[in-house]
Design a protein around this ligand. Structure first.
Ligand code: ADP
Length: 212
């Protein structure tokens, strides 16, 4: 969002309201030796942009918020659990061939790999499976644990974490999905899947909540 440039008079009004609010339009005009009607457009801009709040019969007061602050607040309050999807998991001994079939069946781009106790041990991306398919081996005889990215190199998130933090991880690690995990004494249980699609959905939800 581009910051709104205030002119000199609007800056002056802001300072007056900051120091003296709530204050009426009439009183602001007096301080600036201007008429109320001259100030009207400036007050309208400052109010619409969210710098000032106006209450009938009380006057103007400083909102303490920068323009766009409401959207920022909403974004910071978004949690992983509000946007995560259902995880698709396969066991470590499943073949590359079966993992590819699973990816098509569940229409996902990332599979999570778990051991016999259902603890997270790996991640399989589309390209991991494509790479394995380039070789001449029989895909039904290669278990996925040979080709997966494995613990402790897995980037994950928790359901109560902020969505922004999780989005940073997706971007910084250049990956498409994070397993949403619950930490247990012997490992991580996979409870969700957070993908770039979930982040896009969260982004769209902002436009539903706000007149951007
Ligand atoms: P693709 O490889 O299909 O473009 P990604 O960008 O998600 O998909 O994956 C890139 C590499 O990172 C792959 O080798 C994959 O195993 C690995 N990877 C994917 N997700 C994670 C994750 N959450 N933690 C660690 N490694 C991951």
């Amino acid at each position: 969002m581009s910051p709104i440039e205030l002119n000199k008079r609007q800056e002056e009004i802001l300072q007056i309201v900051k120091g003296n609010g709530p204050i009426t339009g009439e009183q602001i005009a007096d301080r600036l030796n201007l008429t109320r009607s001259t100030l009207r457009p400036d007050l309208a801009i400052l109010t619409m942009a969210g710098f000032l709040d106006a209450r009938p019969r009380v006057g103007y007061f400083y909102s303490g918020k920068k323009p766009g602050q409401d959207v920022t607040d909403t974004m910071n309050n978004m949690k992983v659990k509000d946007f995560q999807s259902i995880p698709v998991v396969v066991r470590e001994d499943v073949s590359v061939y079966d993992a590819i079939s699973q990816m098509f069946l569940d229409d996902v781009g990332t599979l999570f790999v778990v051991d016999k106790q259902s603890y997270l041990t790996g991640v399989l991306s589309r390209k991991d499976l494509l790479r394995a398919s380039l070789g001449s081996q029989n895909l039904t005889s290669i278990p996925v644990h040979i080709i997966m990215t494995r613990m402790p190199n897995i980037t994950y998130c928790a359901k109560n974490e902020s969505l922004i933090q999780a989005a940073h991880r997706l971007i910084n690690q250049q990956i498409d999905a994070l397993p949403v995990v619950e930490e247990q004494p012997d490992g991580f249980k996979v409870v969700g899947r957070l993908t770039k699609t979930n982040i896009t959905r969260a982004f769209l939800s902002l436009s539903e909540n706000h007149d951007l």
